[in-house]
Design a protein around this ligand. Structure first.
Ligand SMILES: O=C(O)CCC(=O)C(=O)O
Length: 364
């Protein structure tokens, strides 16, 4: 195994705190450097345009005008005008991140006409658009996922199961914004500016403010609160994701949210008796898109895929982390109360045995 994975498997690195600064990369770092400087420290990073990530992205040539500074609105309408897109109405009175009051859907051509119009440009923000998924998986990606973000269990599972993914396109005018929030489940995100600029403000655990220029890609660590404001006509591509480096944070986030749900419906406990735990898990799934059972299923899917693929160091590292997490989940008594393990694709203890014998075989 390469030094870094051997090192990670042999020591407890999972309790590292959040580093209080933004790393700026003007040249591509090695993946090991990114792991050490950002993933292990849960620290934000800005890969500037000079890293050249977008040099061969077709969205740059297809979506922008000749000098690549602004969107080519007519071309965008030609390409996607008929599609229905999610649009958020930005207004100074709505500051709550997930409020549904300001969420609309409309045809993309209708949105573009609001976006290019001075009177409405600051008001309508097309966000969380699953454009790649809606265009069909057979169409080539109009961008490529930088190496640093390719180990992504969340989108890997969604694509394998043909579920809604966490790959988005954002388009908005000067002043459109995303209010203060932490990303869903405490996931990482990465955000690539195709055109326009964004002002980012991290406020917790540390405050940092900076501008993301066109061509820059930002890595947002787990559980960092931030708000974002667009400057000029802005298009960005963005993924939410998790992997072996932040899965324990996701797990802790789920446990904390469950505690909160349990607290809120404590008064129904005596009436519901033996279905109460299952009910709490249903609410957890509805609120977060994941509960203990669906997290286990995700781990099962990733583990099966890793055991089929040709061995590679990071795959063994993934299996090591999956094993560690399944043990933690099994220690949580709720897991056994809330679910009938016979309905699972594989009982957790059987899966653990499979992983062990796979790892042992690989060592020979
Ligand atoms: O670009 C935006 O408006 C929001 C992006 C964001 O919050 C993120 O990537 O985590």
């Amino acid at each position: 195994m390469s030094d870094i994975y051997t090192e990670l498997i042999s020591k407890d690195w999972t309790t590292h705190s959040n580093e209080n600064s933004l790393v700026r990369y003007d040249k591509l770092p090695t993946y090991d450097t990114f792991i050490r400087e950002c993933l292990l420290k849960n620290r934000p990073a800005l890969f500037t345009a000079s890293c050249g990530f977008m040099d061969d992205w077709s969205c740059i040539t297809e979506w922008l005008n000749k000098d690549r500074t602004e969107p080519d609105f007519d071309r965008l309408i030609n390409l996607y005008g008929h599609m229905t897109v999610p649009v958020t109405k930005c207004s100074s009175t709505i500051t709550e991140y997930s409020s549904d009051d300001n969420k609309l859907t409309m045809r993309f051509d209708e949105f573009v006409n609001l976006w290019r119009n001075n009177e409405t440009t600051a008001e309508y923000y097309c966000k969380d658009w699953h454009l790649q998924k809606m265009s069909g998986e057979t169409k080539p990606l109009f961008y490529s996922v930088p190496t640093y973000f390719q180990s992504d269990w969340l989108n890997e599972k969604c694509l394998a199961e043909n579920e809604d993914d966490f790959r988005f396109v954002y388009m908005g005018g000067d002043g459109t914004n995303t209010p203060l929030h932490m990303d869903v489940l405490g996931t990482y995100s990465w955000s690539a500016n195709i055109c326009g600029r964004k002002r980012w403000r991290f406020s917790k655990p540390h405050s940092i403010e900076f501008i993301q220029e066109p061509g820059d890609i930002l890595f947002v660590p787990s559980e960092w609160y931030h708000d974002v404001t667009n400057i000029g006509f802005t298009i960005s591509i963005n993924h939410n994701w998790f992997n072996a480096f932040n899965i324990l944070r996701i797990w802790k986030h789920l446990c904390a949210t469950l505690e909160d749900i349990e607290h809120r419906i404590e008064d129904c406990r005596s009436v519901m008796s033996d279905t109460w735990h299952a009910h709490c898990q249903l609410i957890l799934q509805a609120n977060e898109g994941l509960n203990f059972a669906s997290l286990y299923k995700l781990l099962y899917i990733i583990a099966q895929r890793r055991m089929k693929e040709n061995q590679d160091e990071y795959k063994r590292f993934d299996l090591w982390m999956i094993d560690k997490l399944i043990r933690e989940i099994l220690h949580h008594s709720i897991f056994l109360y809330a679910f009938d393990l016979d309905t699972f694709p594989e009982r957790p203890k059987v899966l653990l045995k499979q992983i062990h014998s796979f790892i042992e075989k690989q060592k020979q």
